[in-house]
Design a protein around this ligand. Structure first.
Ligand code: HSE
Length: 448
């Protein structure tokens, strides 16, 4: 089948970035030319690929004469209809995307940091220029989750989203759970497999997931939510003992991007390590896979699962967006924008109460000192229940650990019930003032 026989129209695409995702995006556009033409109603033609070092591009399907280092010019080129931004980061990506939109190009991007910071400005810019800004690949890679939020579920009321949206951290936690590895060994394995970035801070400290949480919240609740609105806790403090304790209670620890609308419309947008019961669908998301669990008033529970990163999976989502934008151009219209008619109102302390497991590493877990720790919770009006203590054999004190019958250095785990985050922060700050408490206690939210 010759696509040119189907249509005479051509949609011209400029690609910014020829790295892992960029080169795979180019491959799909070139190799699927006829199918894309049949599905789009126009030939989708790559007319330029901007990158910093053309000589290093390792993608034989990209004709050499398409390569350019003049990214700004490609964004503004008269004959370009769609710009695909895959260079990542805030600047110069922000300037390039804005330039393209202002020149009347539709834009497809996978840039989560860009959208978490400048999304509302760019959505409005696209709307005012009558073009599309699509970004399915920015959250959970290949998984179609943003289009369902933007379109399929737009007639419903979303109340909650829990997403495993960072493959590196899910791989690390899963290796710790399934193979009993400690954090550092699991992180090294993630780096060797190419999941973690060379500097994995953004992954393990939760910032990558926080960008995605801001985007999810904006789409789910039709309000501008930025990365600055997201509270973030990473997974670096989680030990093999924490994982084992969770397993003993038939739970797993997952890093979640959590987006919730509470009563009276207060919204919380967070990233935190959470205890997820073995029966929850998110508990069986293994390795570097991603999954997004959505609760909507009418639809009830939905779960989206798949590859959240990698060249070809991410390119799949990018090219899907290119086809949508191209189809709209063929029809002379723009698709669904991003409505933001609601104001972001952070949930109050009262609205956002939850159960938390707190793990304190203590120099001595003898009874009197355990009670001293528990008293800190009581002094802030937080109801607390002791779960267990894991003591090491070097105990030399007098008292006995109430849970295991011996004292000595070890962990004490407690359940703080229906606790507000503000109270919990004060409890944690006070616990760190106690001589017997070593380091910062770990907090794990309990997912009901
Ligand atoms: N570093 C990210 C992850 C890549 O591990 O999921 C995809 O955003």
């Amino acid at each position: 089948m010759q696509s040119d026989q189907l249509t005479h129209k051509t949609i011209r695409v400029g690609l910014l970035g020829a790295g892992t995702v960029g080169s795979q995006t180019a491959r799909l556009i070139v190799e699927q030319r006829d199918e894309l033409a049949a599905r789009t109603g126009a030939v989708v033609e790559l007319v330029g690929v901007a990158c910093l070092r053309p000589e290093e591009v390792d993608a034989p399907w990209i004709a050499r004469d398409l390569l350019t280092t003049d990214t700004a010019a490609l964004c503004a080129r008269e004959d370009v209809d769609i710009v695909i931004e895959l260079i990542g980061g805030l600047e110069p990506a922000h300037t390039f995307v804005k330039t393209a939109l202002e020149h009347g190009k539709s834009v497809v991007t996978a840039n989560k940091a860009l959208l978490a910071k400048f999304g509302p400005e760019l959505y409005k810019c696209a709307e005012s220029h009558g073009v599309d800004l699509y970004f399915e690949a920015a959250v959970a890679g290949a998984i179609p989750i943003l289009r369902p939020l933007r379109e399929s579920l737009i007639g419903d009321e979303i109340t909650q989203i829990f997403g495993i949206v960072n493959g590196t951290t899910n791989y690390i936690l899963d290796e710790m759970t399934v193979r009993g590895l400690d954090f550092d060994t699991a992180l090294r394995a993630a780096q060797e497999k190419g999941y973690a970035e060379a500097d994995p801070t953004g992954d393990v400290e939760g910032f990558d997931a926080a960008n995605k949480a801001a985007i999810l919240a904006t789409l789910a609740f039709q309000m501008p939510v930025s990365i600055d609105d997201v509270s973030v806790e990473g997974i670096t403090a989680i030990t093999a003992a924490d994982i084992a304790a969770a397993s003993a209670e038939k739970r797993v620890i997952k890093l979640l991007a959590a987006v919730e609308r509470h009563d009276e419309n207060g919204v919380s947008v967070s990233v935190y390590p959470a205890l997820v019961g073995a029966e929850h669908p998110l508990a069986s998301v293994h390795g570097s896979f991603n999954a997004v669990f959505v609760k909507a008033q009418a639809a009830d529970d939905l779960m989206f699962y798949g590859r959240g990163a990698g060249g070809a999976p991410t390119a799949s989502a990018v090219v899907g967006d290119v086809v949508s934008a191209a189809r709209n151009l063929v029809r002379g219209c723009a698709g669904f924008g991003v409505p933001m008619y609601n104001k972001y109102v952070p949930a109050s302390d009262e609205q956002a109460r939850a159960d938390f497991v707190v793990r304190c590493n203590m120099e001595d877990t003898s009874l009197a000192l355990c009670e001293e720790v528990m008293d800190v919770f009581a002094s802030h009006g937080v109801q607390v229940e002791r779960l267990a203590s894991s003591c090491e054999a070097q105990y030399e004190g007098d008292g006995d650990c109430p849970a295991c019958g011996i004292g000595g250095q070890g962990d004490m785990r407690m359940l703080a019930k229906a606790c507000s985050e503000a109270d919990l922060h004060e409890v944690i700050a006070d616990l760190q003032k106690l001589d017997v408490v070593c380091g910062k206690p770990l907090v794990l939210r309990v997912i009901k």
